[in-house]
Design a protein around this ligand. Structure first.
Ligand code: CTP
Ligand code: ZN
Length: 156
């Protein structure tokens, strides 16, 4: 079989952030939590369902490259909820100057909306949601609801 060149699918960027190893198909959700939903002035490259080798196993992943921007801690926490194996690469003058994994924090404040419509965090007053991350799921510290499924669709 013919060898295909790898890694040339989308161009390297000069400055910015490469979010790599995103779960295949999740790139658009990552864009949503970065606040990029439609018309944007940001310089973006998105690759979806590209082949990826991890630990000698071939799989699929998505990649999002955002030029001239670094991510806030809250943005990285949101990405961790969507894709716990994502890596965040900071690029300066074409060089990867920093590479880090993402980690779901033990506590989430203002990141996820409570699924209980009657929860005080869903009232009109500006109360930030507050969840403890447990084995069972996300535990609302205001109303004790535990969100167990489809967490990414509740990310604010
Ligand atoms: N990258 C980029 N522009 C650059 C440098 C790197 O878009 N100027 C991208 C690469 O295409 C890759 C990611 O940033 O998707 C990380 O780059 P690098 O660490 O060089 O790649 P790998 O060693 O394959 O990363 P990993 O070990 O995390 O899989
Ligand atoms: Zn609640």
């Amino acid at each position: 079989m013919e060898d295909k060149p790898r890694g040339l699918l989308i161009s390297p960027i000069k400055d910015g952030t490469v979010i790599d190893h995103i779960r295949a198909g999740a790139a658009l959700t990552v864009l949503r939590v970065l606040g990029i939903t439609g018309q944007t002035d940001e310089e973006l490259s998105i690759a979806t369902n590209v082949t990826s080798m991890t630990g000698g196993q071939e799989g699929r992943k998505d990649i999002v490259k955002v030029s001239n921007r670094e991510l806030s801690k809250e943005e990285v926490d949101r990405i961790a909820l969507i894709s716990p194996h994502a890596t965040i690469n900071i690029i300066r003058d074409y060089i990867v100057v920093e590479k880090k994994g993402v980690e779901i924090p033990t506590h989430l404040s203002g990141i996820v909306r409570c699924t209980n419509a009657g929860c005080i965090t869903n009232a009109n007053e500006p109360i930030h949601s507050s969840f403890e991350v447990t084995e069972a799921g996300l535990h609302c510290l205001y109303c004790d609801t535990v969100i167990t499924t489809d967490i990414e669709s509740h990310i604010i």
